[in-house]
Design a protein around this ligand. Structure first.
Ligand code: PFF
Length: 494
């Protein structure tokens, strides 16, 4: 059998929207405000911007250059560089796939909150409501045998929606949906931020962003936090940029595009946090709860603190509430489809399975795994998956990618690829960053991640992590060993 028809973006705009959509996700909305606040407020911008330029954009450029040059899936790219490296690609893809299985679940919780927010159904105690009425949470593992129907239904709907998008052709599916959802997302965020600035007490919140704690700059953890946020927020190392860039037509301006994407993503999270902080400032004024107790991370911020805020907001909350949760939904969906695209591309390229069939199989298996998170013990297991996959496995994958592309692959070729059509050029500094600075920073972050994950882990988490480790070692080797149906797969000429 010959190769499947090559896919290509029908416009640079579609590519840019898909790229920005992949980066803008839950991390921008609920992770960034907390990271910003706990790491020095205004002064955090310095390590953040340095990490963005020096490390974030540099690594995105590697992914762009590799994807664009090879025009293949990551599995085939690594096989072409060196046959023995193929398992690394499946390792990365498996991490990405597992991350997707719980990311979808959080988007599913958000979907439930869109409906709840029309009536503020969470009542006067959103904390208890989230734990008891939405998650039906229990710490005991026997909870794994109790399905939570509402969560299961919403998780199913998110998978269904993701499937409906990715099974379509690139431009009809991901391209079109990103071009619709992303501008809508921006409009809603602009509306929410404008409204939040009119709230009494808003300045208590947003001034925090502009009040620097210069002392924080001498703290290594603050630098690692800035870099960690960039890795998460730009979805580095997840083969997303590599996959999307492989669909770019000849003549694309890679460096210019990468800079616009990275700036838009950071611009989004900074702008959005002005809104979040203003709303929290309003809450501090109206309820007396200290600001620092409100700026929590993740589910705590979205599903507990924000419902509390909407309770004190009066009728405006019936509009702002649903819009806020709709934002998270849109941001989440464009990230989910990006996470899935790289996985589907590699499978369909190696086994020559058509796009629709691959998407169907991947989504069904993904949904079945997500069912674990739709049980009463789901949120506990989700926490362990998240800590292990993000702090441990993914950073390790990024480190491997730095070594492979910086040291094993003929790096100078990538410089030529990037500079060919771009107005902004890269050179020696970029090479030094990728070969030396980036791996050292990632190693620092990884050691810190391993330490914090292991030091807080209990017996149950250790067991789950051990199981995940075995899966992450065995499955990639099986995928790499399976013979390709696509005979061109082994053609290493580029
Ligand atoms: N960059 C996206 C976000 O900030 O939510 C997507 C993403 C990042 C998904 C990291 C999953 C993840 F672990």
């Amino acid at each position: 059998m010959s190769e499947a028809k090559k896919q290509e973006w029908n416009s640079n705009f579609a590519f840019m929207m898909a790229m920005i959509g992949s980066a803008v996700g839950l991390g921008n909305i609920w992770r960034f405000p907390n990271v910003l606040y706990s790491n020095g407020g205004g002064s955090f911008m310095i390590p953040y911007i340095i990490s963005l330029f020096l490390l974030g954009i540099s690594f995105v450029l590697v992914e762009y250059a590799v994807g664009f040059k090879f025009k293949k899936s990551i599995a085939r790219i690594l096989y072409s560089i060196k046959g023995k490296l193929e398992p690394v690609a499946w390792f990365i893809l498996l991490i990405v796939f597992l991350i997707t299985t719980y990311y979808v679940c959080v988007v599913g919780w958000d979907f439930i909150y869109i409906i709840l927010s029309f009536t503020k159904a969470w009542g006067s105690n959103p904390d208890l409501y989230f734990a008891n009425h939405v998650l039906h949470a229990t710490d005991s593992m026997s909870g794994l045998f109790t399905i939570v129907p509402n969560v299961l239904i919403s998780v199913f709907l998110i998978w269904l929606f993701a499937w409906l998008i990715i099974k379509r052709d690139l431009n009809d599916g991901i391209g079109k949906v990103s071009q619709i959802l992303l501008p809508l997302l921006c409009l809603i965020v602009i509306g929410i931020v404008a409204f939040s600035l009119t709230l009494p007490g808003a300045s208590i919140g947003y001034t925090q962003i502009f009040t620097p704690d210069w002392g924080a700059l001498t703290n290594l953890d603050v630098w690692l936090a800035a870099f960690g946020q960039i890795v998460f927020s730009l979805s580095l190392g997840m083969a997303i940029a590599m996959t999307y860039a492989s669909y770019l037509p000849e003549g694309s301006k890679l460096v210019d595009n990468a800079i616009i994407v990275a700036f838009s993503n950071s611009g989004f999270e900074i702008f959005n946090s002005i809104g979040i902080f203003s709303i929290l400032g309003f809450m501090t004024l109206s309820s007396g709860i200290p600001f620092n107790e409100l700026v929590t991370e993740g589910t705590g911020l979205a599903f507990v603190v924000f419902p509390q805020v909407f309770n004190t907001m009066g009728p405006a909350a019936y509009v702002v509430g649903p819009l806020f949760f709709l934002c998270i939904l849109f941001a989440g969906i464009t990230s989910v489809i990006a996470l899935l695209e790289g996985v589907c591309y590699s499978i369909s390229e190696k086994f020559l399975i058509e796009r629709k069939k691959t998407a169907t199989v991947v989504c069904i298996i993904g949904f079945l795994i997500s069912c674990i998170f739709a049980t009463a013990a789901g949120s506990t297991v989700l926490g362990v998956f998240d800590a292990f996959l993000n702090n441990f496995a993914l950073l390790f994958a990024v480190l491997l990618e730095c070594i492979i592309f910086g040291w094993i692959y003929k790096f100078d070729d990538l410089i030529d690829t990037l500079n060919e059509n771009s107005k902004i050029k890269v050179g020696k500094t970029w090479k030094i960053v990728i070969k030396y600075i980036l791996p050292i920073c990632i190693l620092g972050l990884w050691i810190q991640g391993v330490y914090s994950t292991l030091s807080t882990a209990d017996g149950l988490s250790i067991t789950i992590m051990a199981i995940l480790t075995i899966i992450l070692i065995v499955v990639p080797f099986i995928f790499a060993k399976l013979p390709a149906i696509n005979k061109d797969y082994y053609n290493v000429k580029n």
